[in-house]
Design a protein around this ligand. Structure first.
Ligand code: NDP
Length: 328
C-alpha cells in the first residue's frame, strides 16, 4: 500500500475532525492528471473547512486544501505531460474533491493553469487563491473603467490575504489605496505594500445610511455585511465595488440607493468556478504586476502539521498577509 501524509477531515459524532494522517494513494478520486503537490496555502475557506466552523466539506473522508502548485507526475490529458508545473485554485478541491494538503492530488486537467515561467511553485502559493481572487477583483474594477484619475480606492480586510495582495496590485497600477483595517498597528506593513492612507474599520462598521459622504471611486471588499453596505453608500457617483468575501458576515444590510441614485455597480467575484481563460489572464498578470519583494514581505511558511493551528488563527483574524504550506 502506497500512502502519503495529508490533513484528513473525517465526520465525527458532532461535527468533523481534522488531523495529519496517512492517506492511501489508491483512494485518490477520478481525474486525468496526477500531481506531486509541492506547496499549498491557508485561505479563509481552508480555515472554515479545517475547523469545521462552516459546512465547506461535503465528502468524507476529505483531504482539505483548496489550492496547490506542483509538478505533473502522470497525465492522460492532452494539455499536460509529466514534469509540467501547474497551479490549481478551487473547482471544489477540499470541498467535494480531494484537496491540496497531501503530497499527491488527482484532478481534471481542465482545472489546471500552467505555472508562469518566472514563478516558483512556492511563490504561486504565496499568492494562492487569496491573491488570485484579489487580481480577479482588480480586473473587475478595470472592466468597469476605473482609473487612478477617478479617485482613491478602498481595500477592506486590508491586512489579510486578499487585502494585502489587492493593495500591492492597485498601488502598482497607480491608484491611491486606502487600507481599511481593524489592525491599525499594521500601518507600517500596509504602507509598505503601497497603501496611501489607513482607515479604521470602525468607520465602516456602524449601521449603514442609504447614502453617505462620497469617499472612494471604487473598492475591493473581503468583509461583506455592514462593511460592504457602508462601502456602497460611500462610493462616488458611477463608481464600483468588487465583493469577494464574508470575513465580517454573509448578510448585506444596505439599501438600493447607491445603485439607483449614484449609478454605483457591485461586482461579484468568484474564484472557484471562474472560467479558465480569465484564470489564465489573472495568473499572467500576477506574474508581472505583483512585486516579488512585496510578496515575500507578506508571506510566512509553515509545515503541513501546522495547518490546524493556522486554520484557527485565520478565522480569528490573526493572520497577516499570506501563509504558504510546504507539502514536500
Ligand atoms: P484573511 O483572514 O487573510 O483576511 C480577512 C481579513 O478581514 C482579516 O485579516 C481582517 O483584516 C478582516 N476581518 C476579519 N474579521 C473581520 C470582521 N469580523 N469584521 C471586519 N473585518 C474583519 O482571509 P482571506 O484574505 O483569505 O479571505 C478574505 C475573504 O475573502 C474571506 O471571507 C474569504 O472567504 C473570501 N474569499 C473569497 C473568494 C472568492 O472566490 N469569492 C476567494 C478567496 C477568499 P484586518 O485585520 O485588516 O481588519
Amino acid at each position: 500500500m502506497a500512502t502519503f501524509k495529508a490533513i484528513v477531515i473525517e465526520k465525527a459524532e458532532k461535527g468533523t475532525t481534522a488531523a495529519l494522517a496517512d492517506f492511501d494513494e489508491a483512494n485518490l478520486m477520478e481525474g486525468d492528471v496526477t500531481v506531486a503537490v509541492e506547496y499549498s496555502t491557508v485561505n479563509y475557506k481552508d480555515g472554515l473547512a479545517v475547523t469545521g466552523k462552516a459546512p465547506v466539506v461535503r465528502r468524507f473522508p476529505m483531504i482539505a486544501g483548496i489550492d496547490f502548485a506542483g509538478t505533473v507526475e502522470s497525465s492522460s490529458h492532452a494539455d499536460w505531460k509529466a514534469g509540467d508545473k501547474v497551479i490549481l485554485n478551487g473547482w471544489g478541491c477540499g470541498e467535494t474533491h480531494l484537496g491540496a494538503y497531501g503530497a499527491k492530488a488527482r484532478v481534471k486537467g481542465d482545472w489546471l493553469v500552467r505555472l508562469p515561467a518566472s514563478m516558483s511553485t512556492r511563490e504561486a502559493m504565496a499568492i494562492g487563491t487569496a491573491g488570485y481572487t484579489a487580481m480577479l477583483a482588480v480586473m473587475a474594477l478595470e472592466r468597469h473603467g476605473l482609473t487612478p484619475a477617478q479617485g482613491p480606492v478602498a481595500v477592506t480586510g486590508a491586512a489579510g490575504g486578499v487585502g494585502s495582495v489587492a493593495i500591492a496590485l492597485l498601488a502598482k497600477r497607480g491608484f491611491a489605496v486606502h487600507a481599511v483595517t481593524g489592525r491599525t498597528g499594521e500601518a507600517g506593513y500596509l504602507k509598505g505594500l503601497g497603501a496611501t492612507e489607513i482607515v479604521d474599520r470602525k468607520d465602516l462598521a456602524g449601521p449603514p445610511k442609504p447614502l453617505a459622504k462620497e469617499r472612494w471611486a471604487g473598492a475591493v471588499d473581503a468583509v461583506g455585511s455592514a462593511t460592504l453596505a457602508n462601502l456602497l453608500s460611500m462610493t462616488r457617483y458611477g463608481g464600483a465595488v468588487a465583493a469577494c468575501g464574508l470575513a465580517g458576515g454573509m448578510d448585506l444590510p444596505g439599501s438600493v440607493a447607491p445603485f439607483i441614485l449614484r449609478g454605483v455597480c457591485l461586482y461579484g467575484i468568484d474564484s472557484v468556478m471562474c472560467p479558465l481563460e480569465r484564470r489564465k489572464e489573472a495568473w499572467k498578470r500576477l506574474e508581472t504586476e505583483l512585486d516579488r519583494p512585496k510578496l515575500a514581505e507578506m508571506t510566512r511558511e509553515i509545515a503541513l502539521s501546522g495547518v490546524p493551528e493556522a486554520a484557527a488563527s485565520i478565522l480569528a483574524g490573526q493572520v497577516r498577509g499570506r501563509i504558504v504550506v510546504k507539502i514536500r
